[in-house]
Design a binder for this molecule. Structure first.
Ligand code: NAP
Length: 321
């Protein structure tokens, strides 16, 4: 059996595959995403594929993968893979849910606090030697305590963000495709429509998986519904937010601030217009980036691929049947 790994990952993660006698080939360039031709060539010989969200696994790739039995995506989101096409071809797709929930909820809170308290602008004032005399309203931001947090997409990470927010004394509203009454009772939170969550919240966190139907679910119309004092946080996927509309809303102070860990086109260049705004916080897609979490994601993805190739059930398939 042959396995292709599209990105350099620590060798120790591959040991369980090598112990089974599988032949593992890995793209070793750290700075370059595997070129399309290289991916097509290697996938055509592979029984298993370990890949990342930076790899577009579309119909052409799946067609090339004549022997492909399993795709282990090292991420919980799998919008980079044409899962319907894979399913038609009997290729099992797996992801890495749960193990990154807490780290990603932490990153969501990192952005939320940074945007609420103007972290980047304040630290630049200090670092550039512009920390002047104390004044009452200089470098002031927004309170979390007693504010309303709106979660769009109350899944694993959404719930973990709720638990953190309650520690900060925030009230919680949520919108989800399916209403979750048992969780409402358990966490003492309230359900509302998408529009009402936008209108009533002081902080809005996007935590839905990306799909073409949700492309730009936050555009100028939605930003106009939000309070002038509101903060928007996106740690889900870049395509959910219309960045041009967000730029205009932040520049015109239609909302207070925003924080993004994810962008429509990654990696983002230093010339991205949003990066010039003082009421904008940015991270380079580091939602799950703790050593422990990333290693655990890697181990889970390897286990999924291994399980399928030895005829067992994968631990975390994207679809359960
Ligand atoms: P999850 O447990 O599947 O939660 C997603 C939630 O969104 C579910 O409750 C789902 O509702 C809801 N949802 C799906 N489609 C919706 C729609 N059209 N409208 C409203 N709600 C909808 O996923 P998770 O583990 O929390 O992860 C969420 C997303 O975060 C991932 O898909 C990924 O893109 C992103 N993420 C980013 C990073 C990062 O590095 N920044 C790290 C991890 C994850 P149902 O219950 O009805 O399905």
């Amino acid at each position: 059996m042959k396995i292709y790994v599209t990105r350099k990952i620590p060798d120790e993660l591959l040991i369980p595959l090598q112990d089974k006698g599988f032949e593992v080939t890995m793209w070793n360039e750290e700075e370059i995403v595997v070129p399309r031709e290289e991916l097509l060539k290697n996938v055509s010989e592979a029984d298993g594929l370990l890949c990342m969200l930076t790899d577009t696994i579309d119909k052409e790739i799946l067609e090339a993968g004549k022997n492909l039995k399993v795709i282990g995506n090292i991420a919980v989101g799998f919008n980079n893979i044409d899962v319907e096409e894979a399913r038609k071809r009997g290729i099992i797709v797996t992801n890495t849910p749960d193990v990154l929930t807490e780290a990603t909820a932490d990153t969501t809170f990192l952005l939320l606090l940074s945007a609420a308290r103007n972290y980047t602008e304040s630290t630049q004032i200090l670092r550039q030697g512009n920390w002047g005399p104390w004044s009452l309203l200089q470098m002031t931001g927004q309170d979390l305590n007693k504010s309303t947090l709106g979660i769009i997409g109350l899944g694993r990470i959404g719930e973990a963000v709720v638990r953190r927010a309650q520690g900060f004394g925030m009230n919680i509203l949520y919108y989800n495709r399916s209403r979750k009454e048992h969780i409402e009772k358990e966490l003492n939170i309230n359900y509302d429509s998408f529009e009402n969550v936008l209108k009533k919240s002081d902080f809005v966190c996007l935590l839905v998986p990306y799909s073409p139907q949700l492309h730009h679910m936050i555009g100028s119309r939605e930003l106009k519904m939000m309070k002038e004092t509101a903060v928007l946080i996106n740690t889900a996927r870049g395509g959910l937010v219309d960045e041009e509309a967000l730029y205009n809303a932040l520049k015109n102070k239609e909302i207070y601030a925003a924080g993004l860990d994810v962008f429509e086109r990654e990696p983002v260049s230093k010339d991205h217009p949003l990066l010039n705004l003082s009421n904008f916080e940015a991270l380079p897609h580091i939602g799950s980036a703790t050593v422990n979490t990333r290693m655990t994601m890697g181990k889970l993805a390897v286990k999924n691929v291994l399980n399928v190739l030895v005829g067992e059930k994968p631990a975390t398939p994207v679809w359960k049947d």
